[in-house]
Ligand binder design. Sequence first.
Ligand code: AMP
Length: 218
Amino acid sequence: MVVILLGPPGAGKGTQGRRIAALRGAPKISTGEIFRDLAAAGTPLGLEAKKYWSLGELVPDEMVVGLIAERLKDADCRNGFLLDGFPRTVAQADILSTLLGGLGCKLDGVLNFAVQDEALVSRLGGRQTCDNCGATYHVKAMPPRAEGVCDHCGHALVRRADDSPEAIRKRLREYEVKTAPLLTYYADRGVLHTVVSNGSPDEVYARVQDALGQMEAS
Ligand code: AMP
């Protein structure tokens, strides 16, 4: 199963993607997580990318595509994968299509997480992330069992550098201008499945499962 998770920042791609990945036994590949890990490790690519993502700007296409091309060659991708945060531009989508062709894989579908802008700002503003296992929480809507500590791995939770009010506004603008055109791109190819992402994570997950069922039936 090859599925793209699409939607604005804060729409729930990461949270829902982790659940789908656990259910299907397929890796969830998040380019944002890869960049954060590379920056934390102090690699030149990670530090260069951080100049963009810490401001809420997209990292240039050429810095992303080599990274994803390498990741998709890994053995754990042989039976499918979920892409969280890639592609984010039409140019990246075209490159992905070539990469999938080269790997002999087909795109099964795109899950589009649709949510209102006001909800996004409050979701991102209260978000806490575990930079060890990638789990995300919300101070009000989805708090961890112990304050500031990840339920899954016990690491301290942090606030992402790009979850500041200024960076959030910039990320939402970047999404509208550069990523939202992918909705038409994939709708035209008949693979877009929209999931309304308002409500609790369990409510959204039930809709995700319906959409995956439709994807598999088509
Ligand atoms: P995310 O964790 O998906 O919210 O990504 C965090 C940040 O990483 C984004 O705001 C971008 O700056 C950068 N990023 C992640 N994936 C991509 C991509 N496919 N293209 C460009 N920039 C990306």
